[in-house]
Ligand binder design. Structure first.
Ligand code: SAH
Length: 348
């Protein structure tokens, strides 16, 4: 695969992969953006309850080893909150449970180790999913896919061109092998179409694994329910938008996740998908409102902060609608709480 253009420069996905690897290795991402588990413990707690139900529903004999996997665990907050709940709700599963974190940043691995030191569970780190030992798994990934590289194509008068980065500027270059899914979006002249082969590849790897061994994966991210036209690449530094082409590694570069394309990748591999549903709908269905009220009762002096954190997570004008959840399950798994419908598609 060529990543340098006919006129030189670096293809956007190569640039973004390099920029984010440097960014996560060197900087504290949470100085630049805030994620759901960092907003409120309720996020991790209800997802911990989700995991407990999913684990019980897996077609495996009790006591058989089980992997709880997280891709892109950040500071380790989500996993720490989930484990606190799992200890209470599924103590029987805990003895056979091991935690596997897919994380490439040594700096964040260290933060995760500190966050999980008290959990009492064995934790292992891996660079990729293929390094996670085989066995039944429950996987969660929050704001992981949005950090994976994208390609951008521009429909011009004369045909398709692709965006490269040359000396810190965009360079639009002719493209002879435009992927069919780019051409199928119905773009007109001037439109930009984004695809993320890296995200689709990760989801396909998860789905293939779920077709070999029982499990469920839950992806939560900001993005669209359908594959559409338009550009969403953004870079944040200290909470403010900056150019995505700034010095690589100095800003967090992300793009909207195309959930329809993720579901197609999973279904093509033979897995069953549920959703996407809005983050607000999922968290509500999993009891986030009731959990917030219970927390308010036990810490009335913090009720304001607890309710405003919850509103940020589930409010339709906050993260509740833009953020979405997609579950991917082994074909023989039937219990996937929080989702009422399987995703339509060729496989169903
Ligand atoms: N899930 C966390 C953090 C999101 S930030 C939260 O919700 O707070 C994205 C995370 O993905 C970071 O931990 C980052 O180091 C990791 N990451 C980014 N690209 C990755 C890659 N290609 N492989 C593995 N981890 C990656």
């Amino acid at each position: 695969m060529s990543v340098s253009g006919p006129q030189g420069g670096e293809r956007l996905d190569a640039f973004m992969g390099r920029a984010n690897a440097a960014y996560y290795a060197q900087r504290d991402p949470f100085a630049d953006f805030v994620t759901a588990p960092e907003i409120s413990q309720i996020f991790g707690e209800v997802l911990g309850a989700w995991c407990a139900v999913v684990m019980r529903g897996l077609p495996v004999s009790s006591g058989s080893p089980l992997h709880l996997v997280e891709a892109g665990p950040g500071r380790g907050t989500l996993m720490a909150d989930m484990l606190r709940v799992l200890v209470r709700l599924a103590p029987d599963c805990l003895a056979s449970l091991s935690v596997h974190l897919i994380e490439t940043s040594p700096r964040l691995r260290k933060a995760q180790e500190e966050a999980l030191a008290q959990s009492g569970v064995s934790v292992y780190w891996h660079d990729t999913l293929s390094d996670v030992p085989s066995g039944p798994m429950v996987l969660v990934a929050n704001e992981f896919l949005d950090a994976l590289p994208i390609r951008q194509f521009v429909r011009t008068e004369t045909g398709w061109q692709e965006r490269f980065v040359l000396n810190g500027q965009w360079s639009l270059q002719d493209c002879s092998d435009v992927p069919p899914e780019v051409m199928e979006r119905g773009a007109t002249v001037g439109d930009v179409v984004e695809i993320s082969p890296a995200s689709a590849g990760f989801v396909r790897d998860v789905a293939e694994r779920l077709c070999r061994e029982p499990g469920v994966a839950l992806f939560i991210d900001y993005g669209t329910a359908t594959s559409c036209v338009g550009e969403s690449l953004q870079a944040l530094r200290q909470g403010r938008p900056v150019s995505a082409l700034v010095e690589p590694g100095t800003a967090d570069v992300t793009a909207h996740v195309d959930f329809a394309s993720m579901a197609r990748a999973a279904q093509a591999a033979g897995a069953v998908c549920y959703g996407p549903v809005g983050q607000g709908d999922l968290l509500r269905a999993l009891g986030a409102v009731q959990r917030a009220e219970a927390l308010c009762r036990s810490a009335p002096e913090q009720a304001g902060a607890i309710r405003s954190g919850l509103d940020r997570l589930i409010g339709p004008d906050r993260m509740g609608r833009l953020f979405k959840a997609l579950a991917i399950a082994s074909p023989d798994v039937t219990i996937v709480p929080g989702f009422s419908e399987k995703t339509a598609g060729e496989q169903q």
